[in-house]
Design a protein around this ligand. Structure first.
Ligand code: HEC
Ligand code: HEC
Length: 205
C-alpha cells in the first residue's frame, strides 16, 4: 500500500512538473510575441496586427500557415512556435477583450469609398463591418491601418494568396478599391456601432 501511494505521489508530481514546464513555455512564448504585439495583443506598431479579440481559429490558421510556409513572414519567431502551444497562444489572444486600441488616422473619403466596396464584395464573410465573421474570416474592425494596407496590396499583387472563396468574391476589385477597404475596416471601432448606419450584415445606406 505504501509503495502504491509512493508511486501515485511520484506520478502526480511528475505530471505537475510537466504541466508547470508547459505553462512556463507558453508564458515564455507569449513574452516573445509581446515585444511586437503588446502584452495583451494590442500593438503600438501600425504594421503589426492587433491580436486581441481575434477569433482563435484565425490565429491558429495564421500560425500554421507560417510554419508550413503557406504564408510568408519576415518574423522568424512566427515559425518557431511549437505546435502544441499554438492553441494556447490563440486562446490567450482571443480572450483579451478589455483593452482599447489606439486611434488611427484614416482618410474619410476612402472610408466612404471602402464602405461601398465592402457592401458589394466583403460583407458576407467579414460581417458587421468586420466585427463578426462567417466562413472563418478573421475579424477586421479596428485593425491597424498599415497592416491592412500591406495585406490588401499583397492580395492584389498575389504575394499573399486569398482563400478561394474570397478570391471569387473580390474579382474585379481595383487597387484603389482594395486600399479603400483597408481605411474602411481601420476606421471601425472594434466593439462599438459601425461607421455609417448599419443595415443587417451590410454597412451603411
Ligand atoms: C518582431 C515583431 C514580431 C514578433 C516578435 C511577433 N510578431 Fe506576429 N506579426 C508581426 C508582424 C509585422 C505581422 C504581420 C506581417 C507578417 O506576417 O510578417 C505579424 C503577424 C502575426 C499574425 C497574423 C495575424 C493576422 O491577422 O493574420 C499572427 C497570428 C501573429 N503575428 C502571432 C504572433 C505570435 C503568436 C508571436 C509570438 C510567438 C508573434 N506573432 C511574434 C510582428 C511580430
Ligand atoms: C467568402 C468569404 C470572404 C469574403 C467575401 C471576403 N473575405 Fe477576406 N478573408 C476571408 C478568409 C477566410 C480570410 C482568412 C485568409 C487566410 O487565412 O489567409 C480572409 C482574410 C482577409 C484579410 C486578412 C486578414 C488578416 O488578419 O490578415 C483581409 C485584409 C481581408 N480578408 C479583406 C477582405 C476584403 C477587403 C474583402 C472584400 C473585397 C473580403 N476580404 C472578402 C474570407 C472572405
Amino acid at each position: 500500500m505504501l509503495r502504491r501511494l509512493t508511486l501515485f505521489a511520484m506520478v502526480c508530481s511528475s505530471l505537475w512538473e510537466v504541466s508547470a514546464a508547459q505553462g512556463q513555455t507558453l508564458d515564455a512564448t507569449l513574452s516573445g510575441c509581446a515585444q511586437c504585439h503588446g502584452p495583451t495583443g494590442i500593438s503600438q506598431l501600425s504594421e503589426t496586427p492587433h491580436l486581441d479579440r481575434q477569433l482563435a481559429g484565425a490565429i491558429e490558421e495564421a500560425m500554421l500557415a507560417y510554419s508550413e510556409a503557406r504564408r510568408q513572414t519576415a518574423v522568424p519567431l512566427h515559425k518557431q512556435v511549437p505546435r502544441e502551444l499554438v492553441s494556447g497562444v490563440a486562446a490567450f489572444y482571443s480572450g483579451q477583450k478589455s483593452g482599447v486600441r489606439p486611434a488611427q488616422n484614416v482618410d474619410a473619403l476612402k472610408v466612404t469609398q471602402g464602405e461601398a466596396v465592402y457592401n458589394r464584395h466583403c460583407y458576407k464573410c467579414h460581417d458587421d463591418a468586420g466585427r463578426e465573421s462567417d466562413n472563418e474570416a478573421p475579424l477586421l474592425a479596428g485593425q491597424n491601418l498599415n497592416y491592412l494596407l500591406k495585406q490588401v496590396m499583397a492580395y492584389k499583387d498575389g504575394s499573399r494568396k486569398q482563400p478561394a472563396m474570397m478570391e471569387r468574391a473580390s474579382r474585379g476589385v481595383s487597387e484603389e478599391d482594395w486600399i479603400a477597404t483597408a481605411h474602411f475596416f481601420a476606421a471601425q471601432d472594434a466593439v462599438g456601432p459601425a461607421i455609417g448606419k448599419k443595415k443587417r450584415r451590410r454597412s451603411g445606406q
